[in-house]
Design a protein around this ligand. Structure first.
Ligand SMILES: Cc1cc2nc3c(=O)[nH]c(=O)nc-3n(C[C@H](O)[C@H](O)[C@H](O)COP(=O)(O)O)c2cc1C
Length: 385
């Protein structure tokens, strides 16, 4: 066999000069600059839990690789001078389709935690989803955000606690309940466990060996009897959860963690208001399948009958463009804003959101799409991996 005359370069040109250390948010040229800086600010156990996935972390990798399966065919001579990146969700119009995912325990990455994120979300007008396991209280977050946030729910195995959480979220004025259904266990988090082995601190602020201990200290659990609670996730849940939640609340219900057309169909049958295609950023299971690869079958199953959000692995404006072209309504991000938070607090979250927005804008201009409605499947060429 004759060897190829030219081999592919080992690095994308973009990766040269990555050793450069940045000391202010404005020096970050892309999300990966924030990731690199964040690593220096976060202790090993927390860092490993942030970047790790399950078992060999293949789903984390797949979430990035999946995007390479879809290439964009740009259109030429399209007037994009009055670019409109806005999207509308449940009657509220947002300037961009970029949404802030719920990520637990943000004070593990910066002392300002969820409040810093809320302040950045307010400045740039992004929708924020507040996590059940947040370390800042919902009142603090609402004071900084100055507008209702969506609330994420981990339906625990203890219905009394689930009820208590939902009632608190409703009382806080949350219009949409984001029910996470993709995390029936936290087994297999090997990278996170390895990070702990490499961390000599005793972090009793974050972890407690007693039952009820870790949750008692999280604000959403204040006043709830958590003495029998040993985990916030459970593998007991079935689809009858949805009517039970419907009976409990008038909030709209979105399911976070759908990864098949069949479950999207079941979600429709159970009359939920929307779904998030998500594998928890590769933390749910070692399937090696990316969310962007699953999106087309979910879009087919839903047939435009409810909004489809998506997350996991979104790092570039062109990633966002591809998801919208495949039929997603909006895109959520997790680690990118946490890297900004860990690196520079609120200013880092602001920079992460700015980078993603600017890159998405640039994708729309260079691909020739003047508004979000014009981004459709005709832009994409699909290749096999
Ligand atoms: C450290 C960490 C904590 C998370 N905590 C939660 C959580 O409490 N609730 C939830 O629904 N999702 C949680 N997620 C998943 C995110 O909401 C989101 O699905 C994921 O981060 C998206 O992938 P990305 O990080 O590649 O953008 C967490 C993710 C990470 C990395």
């Amino acid at each position: 066999m004759v060897a190829a005359a030219h081999s592919l370069p080992a690095l994308a040109a973009n990766e040269y000069f990555r050793d450069f250390t940045i000391t202010s948010p404005g020096q970050a040229l892309d999300i990966f600059d924030l990731e690199k800086t964040a690593k220096d600010h976060v202790p090993p156990a927390h860092w490993a839990s942030l970047i790790g996935g399950t078992e060999g972390d293949q789903t984390v990798l797949a979430n990035r690789q999946g995007f390479t399966r879809f290439r964009v065919k740009p259109r030429r001579l399209v007037d994009t001078s009055k670019l409109d990146m806005s999207v509308t969700l449940f009657g509220r119009t947002w300037p961009t389709p970029i949404i802030i995912d719920p990520v637990s325990r943000l004070k593990a990455f910066h002392p300002d935690g969820e409040v810093a994120v809320a302040a950045a979300a307010k400045k740039r007008d992004h929708l924020q989803i507040y996590a059940t396991l947040a370390t800042s209280s919902i009142d603090e977050v609402l004071a900084a955000r100055q507008e209702p946030v969506w609330c994420q729910l981990y339906p625990t195995a203890d219905w009394a606690i689930t009820q208590g959480l939902v009632k608190k979220q409703e009382a806080a004025g949350c219009p949409v309940l984001v029910v996470t259904i993709d995390n029936p266990s936290t087994f297999g988090r090997i990278t996170a466990a390895r990070g702990k082995q490499n961390d000599t601190r005793t972090c009793t602020d974050c972890h407690s060996p007693e039952p009820g201990g870790p949750y008692m200290r999280l604000p959403m659990f204040d006043g709830l009897d958590t003495t029998k609670l040993t985990a916030t996730t459970t593998n007991k849940l079935t689809w009858d959860l949805i009517p039970r939640l419907r009976d409990l609340t008038t909030m709209k219900i979105i399911l976070k963690g759908v990864m098949s057309g069949s479950d999207a169909t079941l979600a429709l049958e159970h009359k939920v208001d929307g779904i998030i295609v998500s594998d928890h950023g590769g933390r749910s299971e070692e399937s090696g399948l990316s969310t962007i690869e699953v999106l087309p079958e979910v879009v087919r199953a839903v047939g435009g009958r409810m909004p489809i959000l998506i997350d996991s692995g979104f790092r570039r404006g062109s990633d966002i463009f591809k998801a919208l072209a495949l039929g997603a309504t909006a895109v959520c991000v997790g680690r990118p804003y946490v890297w900004g938070l860990a690196a520079f607090g609120e200013a880092g979250v602001d920079r992460a959101l700015e980078i993603l927005t600017e890159e998405f804008k640039s994708a729309m201009i260079s691909f020739g799409a003047p508004n979000v409605a014009s981004i459709d499947r005709s832009f994409l060429f699909e290749s096999s991996l």
